[in-house]
Design a protein around this ligand. Structure first.
Ligand SMILES: Nc1nc2c(ncn2[C@@H]2O[C@H](COP(=O)(O)OP(=O)(O)OP(=O)(O)O)[C@@H](O)[C@H]2O)c(=O)[nH]1
Ligand SMILES: [Mg+2]
Length: 235
């Protein structure tokens, strides 16, 4: 089975090498990495290029920063287009907030399910070193999306997920409108509506130690509006 770990990056020069090394330390057969970089001014792409001789890594370089959602859509489109397509696609942040070891948990479950969500809000999951405001925003955002969209999953905004390729082929990627983290809610919602089997596995999300957060108010605002819009469109 082939697994592709997709990592979006914007100014992650100080994190990207470590996360890639930790992923390959797991020695998972048939695993490759695709980094989607939005022309990071700090030269993240150069670090990735240097590692391509050592590990099976590909780099998708985008012209400019357009948000996490757009970066993932481009990556997914390029993945399902090629001949030698992966069976499983994992989404993961570059900043070491996601523990590479959880990839093993995802792969254990993905045979039985179509989508596996890394979840901070089920038993065994959690966050480390998050300030109380960030915790509250995340908790509220999840409960809000869960209620408005009638979804049974506890963590809808997380960015550590595993897909069977077929699901990404069935979701109309051009119909996804989220640029920020709402992308995570929107894709899970679409998979759920298509009837795919989704489960959650616990993860501990650790606040980034280096690099700058891209979290901002417009991301919260986008989610608030777009979740309502998704509901209205699908009544
Ligand atoms: N390609 C690309 N990657 C992005 C963009 N925005 C964020 N990312 C990446 O997406 C991942 C998640 O972004 P973060 O800034 O870590 O968001 P967060 O985890 O909610 O916030 P902090 O961990 O508090 O910084 C990281 O790997 C970022 O580098 C973007 O516009 N384009
Ligand atoms: Mg982060």
């Amino acid at each position: 089975m082939k697994t592709l770990v997709v990592i979006p990056t914007y100014n992650e020069r100080s994190n990207i090498a470590e996360v890639i090394e930790k992923i390959f330390e797991l020695n998972i057969n048939g695993l490759e990495v695709l980094v989607v970089d939005d022309n990071s001014p700090d030269g993240t792409a150069n670090v990735v290029k240097e590692l391509t001789g050592k590990y099976p890594i590909k780099l998708l370089s985008r012209i400019k920063k357009e948000g996490l959602g757009k970066a993932y859509v481009d990556a997914f489109k390029s993945i399902i287009k090629v001949q030698d397509r992966p069976d499983y696609i994992i989404q993961m942040d570059a900043d070491l907030s996601h523990s590479p070891k959880n990839i093993l948990d995802f792969l254990r479950k993905i045979g039985e399910y179509d989508v596996v969500l890394g979840s901070r809000y089920i038993k065994g999951g959690g966050t480390e070193n998050w300030d109380p405001v960030r915790k509250m925003v995340s908790r509220f955002g999840n409960v809000y999306a869960q209620i408005i969209l009638s979804l049974p999953y506890k963590d809808l905004t997380g960015g550590f997920k595993c897909w069977k390729r077929e699901v990404l082929e069935k979701i109309n990627l051009d119909s996804l409108s989220s640029t920020g983290y709402n992308f995570q809610i929107e894709t899970t919602y679409k998979a759920h509506r298509l009837g795919y089997k989704i489960c959650e596995v616990p993860i501990i999300f650790t606040e980034r130690k280096v690099g700058k957060s891209k979290f901002n108010l417009s991301i919260i605002w986008e989610s608030f509006i777009k979740v309502l819009w998704l509901r209205i469109k699908n009544f």
